[in-house]
Design a protein around this ligand. Structure first.
Ligand SMILES: C[C@H](O)[C@@H](O)[C@@H](O)[C@H](O)C(=O)O
Ligand SMILES: [Mg+2]
Length: 443
């Protein structure tokens, strides 16, 4: 049972110099250093368990998220864990509705990333105390308790608590079989690792042929900076993977609405399943216009990795602005808010294909999507979870990929815990890795 009072919250600025190798680069983020604001929660329970939570950042700015986490800390410190999870909706609302802090959000930007980091740590601790991996904690929870974690404010016009409960009740049928299916075969994944924008063609070719050997059948390519480059790179990848395998494209918000349509019309010959983030993540009607224009070409719009909150997802769904919905475990307000989006997607019959990669996103989001399959969507049709092959070695419970599928984690918790040594070495700016790099740069 859940027990203990939160006695300490610490937060670390942890950065990995991925920009040195062009890893993670796209048309808008040309030099990301995959980073995290990393939260550790301790309690007075004397059970040796701690809660770990991350939110993903790209390097500079992580210090700002760390500040925001510290600003939220008074809401968590000295709280009884049982009281937090016993009224999780209330606690979520307390964090996101702080009468002063909400002015610098609300439920968006830095303060929401900080909320995600803190709540991810709470979920990790809860699952650890229950001795279950997070996905299993969620799968075993009765519908009433699950929905009691969700703040339905601003979404009751499309999803009420009763409807959410009903969706979960209906999906009880066949749950056991789906859990067995996940344990045996895992959740299908696609890879983004081969075709970051900063990779030269030779690297792209080599990584693509390795991925094919490893059994990958779905590939995502970064596009959007230069049309001729895109045509060359997409042709290269399509030729290597053949006509049957799946290709996705990701523009990371590079285009205006008409530009997105024109550009994608020129890339249509490579038969992409989707174009991801064609324009500003805030432009709901723009996404709808692009979706409509590209539908006759068989190209769907995917978005969500920079979608602020459940309200924007609600409107994207209402406006028929997307064909694939990409939840993010660290941008939305943790599991609580993600649950509401999974349930809305189910209601609108839109497949969820989570955003992952970064540092730790694969570790976290696998729990959500496995839960989604078992307890909400009950379908694998048009669904897959992103995978990126970076930085897993820094995690205590790294993802396990088998035959291009995420195998359900077995360890208790939310797989958020990093190795202590990795954290120490990559702490910014005084960890060993950064001390060396910064002094080499003359800083
Ligand atoms: C800066 C990052 O690597 C992004 O390019 C990445 O999250 C990407 O959009 C993705 O879909 O994986
Ligand atoms: Mg993307």
């Amino acid at each position: 049972m859940v027990h203990g009072r939160v006695s300490r919250l610490s937060v670390h600025d942890v950065r990995f110099p991925t920009s040195l190798g062009g890893h993670g680069s796209d048309a808008m983020h040309t030099d990301p250093d995959y980073s995290a604001a990393y939260v550790v929660l301790e309690t007075d329970a004397e059970d040796g368990l701690k809660g770990y939570g991350i939110t993903f950042t790209l390097g500079r700015g992580t210090e700002v998220v760390v500040c925001a986490v510290n600003a939220l800390a008074p809401h968590v410190l000295n709280k009884d864990l049982g009281d937090i999870v016993g009224d999780f909706r209330g606690f979520y609302r307390q964090l996101t509705s702080d009468g002063q802090l909400r002015w610098i959000g609300p439920e968006k930007g830095v303060v929401h990333l900080a909320t995600a980091a803190v709540l991810n740590a709470v979920w990790d601790l809860w699952a650890k105390q229950e001795g279950k991996p997070l996905w299993k904690l969620l799968v075993d929870m009765d519908p009433r308790t699950l929905v009691s974690c969700i703040d339905f404010r601003y979404i009751t016009d499309v999803l009420t608590e009763e409807e959410a409960c009903e969706i979960l009740r209906q999906s009880q049928v066949g749950k056991k079989e789906r859990e067995e299916q996940m344990l045996a075969h895992g959740y299908p994944a696609y890879t983004t690792s081969c075709a970051w924008l900063g990779y030269p063609d030779a690297t792209l070719k080599q990584l693509c042929s390795e991925a094919l050997k490893d059994g990958w059948t779905r590939f995502k390519v970064k596009v959007g900076a230069d049309l001729q480059d895109d045509i060359r790179r997409c042709r290269l990848v399509r030729n290597m993977i053949g006509p049957e395998k799946t290709l996705m494209m990701d523009a990371n918000q590079r285009w205006d609405v008409p530009e997105a349509v024109e550009w994608m019309t020129k890339l249509a010959e490579f038969k992409p399943l989707w174009i991801e983030e064609p324009t500003s993540p805030d432009d709901i009607l723009g996404h709808a216009a692009i979706s409509k224009a590209l539908a006759p070409l068989g190209i769907g719009v995917a978005t969500g990795e920079q979608c602020h909150n459940r309200v924007i997802f609600k409107q994207l769904l209402q406006a028929k602005a997307l064909k694939f919905l990409q939840i993010d475990s660290c941008r939305l307000g943790s599991v609580n808010e993600n649950l509401s989006v999974l349930l809305m997607a189910k209601k609108f019959e839109i497949p969820v294909c989570p955003h992952a990669g970064g540092v730790g996103l694969c570790e976290l989001v696998q729990h959500l999507i496995i839960f989604d399959f078992i307890s909400v969507s009950a379908s694998l049709q048009d669904r897959m979870c992103e995978y990126v092959d970076h930085l897993h070695e820094h995690f205590k419970y790294p993802v396990l990929i088998r035959e291009a599928a995420y195998m359900p984690p077995k360890d208790a918790g939310y797989s958020t815990e990093m190795k202590e040594d990795s954290v120490n070495r990559h702490r910014y700016p005084d960890g060993e890795v950064w001390k060396k790099l910064l002094s080499a740069q003359g800083n």
